[in-house]
Design a protein around this ligand. Sequence first.
Ligand SMILES: CN1CCCC[C@@H]1Cn1ccc2ccc(-c3n[nH]c(N)c3C#N)cc21
Length: 247
Amino acid sequence: MRFDVVSIFPEYLAPLDLSLIGKARTDGLLELNVHDLRTYTKDRHRTVDDTPYGGGAGMVMKPEPWAQALTEIAETSPASVPERKPTLIVPSPAGEVFTQKLAYELSEEVHLVFACGRYEGIDERVLEWAGEQFTVRAVSLGDYVLNGGEVAVLAMVEAIGRLVPGVVGNPESLIEESHSDGLLEYPVYTKPSSWREREVPEVLLSGNHGKIAKFRREHQLRRTATRRPDLIDALDVSSFSKTERNI
Ligand SMILES: CN1CCCC[C@@H]1Cn1ccc2ccc(-c3n[nH]c(N)c3C#N)cc21
């Protein structure tokens, strides 16, 4: 999969050179190109913003640099073929909320492009214009306000990239993690079995895989019911045992 990110702070994306995503890039499983939006300005001050029509505080990102940058990216996109378009993700507090389900959906794409806004946001006409060359989606990291899109892109690229086959060493680890089955993940423990007078649950030392699976499932349900009751309502409980339904 290919990612392209456009930002006025390209150095913000440096953490994607590290760890799992960095290794996947080295191994050729992922491609990541980061573009400085100011490269696409034409004036000597490399201006990317201006005052908002209708008044109000702050500045708005000018449309033309974005059009220049996105056109260049679309022209080299592996997804710019008949019947296909690359997907343009525009991080925004006014977007659809980013979820594990959306991460899986986007991990199937060939080419994802991210437009990192700053200031009060990007001139809305850019998102309308981009619809000719891209499938455009405004996506929010969550219900709080950041100063720009870069932090959201770091999270989204990691969440999506790790789902691409071969990126995570053991694909089984993707199955039991939080949100993969609609539940939060169970508590985990490691050596020593006794630590500051706190013991690892005995069942986990038993070697009885059936009992261990039951323990973990019950703790997933209990943790989800306690911390995220909103997720419980969305579950399909038809596959739950009687015991599980009463947790
Ligand atoms: C503060 N300032 C005036 C109010 C509107 C937002 C603006 C800042 N800002 C500019 C571009 C931009 C992109 C994403 C986000 C963002 N905030 N929260 C999220 N979950 C986000 C995502 N994903 C914030 C952004």
